[in-house]
Design a protein around this ligand. Sequence first.
Ligand SMILES: Cc1cc2nc3c(=O)[nH]c(=O)nc-3n(C[C@H](O)[C@H](O)[C@H](O)COP(=O)(O)O)c2cc1C
Length: 301
Amino acid sequence: MLNTTFLNKQFKNPIVLASGILGVTGAGLANIIKIGAGGVTTKSISLEPREGHKNPVMMGNDHFFLNAVGLSNPGIENALPEIAKLRSLTDAPIIGSIFAGTAEEFGVVAEKICTGPIDFLEVDISCPNVGAEFGRPFAYSTEAVETITKIVKTKSTVPVIMKLSPNAWNIAEIAKAAESAGADAITAINTAAGMMIDIESRQPVLSNKVGGVSGPALFPIALKCVYDIYKAVKIPIIGTGGITTGRDGIAMIMAGATLLGVGSAMYYNKGTCFSKITAEMEEFMKAENITSLEEIRGTAH
Ligand SMILES: Cc1cc2nc3c(=O)[nH]c(=O)nc-3n(C[C@H](O)[C@H](O)[C@H](O)COP(=O)(O)O)c2cc1C
């Protein structure tokens, strides 16, 4: 019922673990498939290892999470054996996520990660919490998105997915730029820029001061981004942001998503969030006599 074809690959269900929630450890990512996800995305991997920001890097409540982890990762050379391990433990689709500071470096990391057994390459050009180091995210500019998409496409041996930011005022145009530069799919969205202030200490909660908002509060923002992008492009979309229930997932499909990225829901229901969302989606579909997600994809338009 939830079987989904995305860029010619079969997913047992449309839920994929979003990037960054569980690092790059092969055994940990394989377990995500065991507990119900249809596919997994690695943490964004850079050319060199990165420590990320100082603590505190994260806070959360019932409504949202705010993080500025700062793209900590072991670097591509150390990540590749973990991706190989992941492949040995599961047949489910693997999305390798990469991050870089320049267009050229994106090309280098893309080429390196494609030596590993990934099925798709997701290009993180939209992290909102490394601005002090790298400046504005590339995802705010159609020109930068075009340049990076073209470079990554020449180096990648697997389909390329560009991950966009809700902070771009014209996300549909950005998606169009990615599509015209050769992107095979879009992930929408990364976290939205935000901050929290501890009123007793009168200081920002995170050491980085600002971070990215994820979780339920992001859902209506993500839904509109996917809705707008679906109108603008023909390539498929991984709808990501604030999905915690089956109803959220169904709404995201109705906005036009093909796959559903789920991240922060894990912080609320670690072991059960994927099986809960898929069970709730199936329950709704049965009640409404819907036999496949194709029937409802984009129906909100
Ligand atoms: C702690 C944390 C780390 C993240 N790291 C990454 C990352 O490395 N690369 C990336 O593209 N997105 C990263 N994200 C963004 C998520 O992949 C996702 O786009 C976002 O959290 C919205 O989905 P959610 O509300 O289901 O969490 C991170 C999110 C969180 C909460």
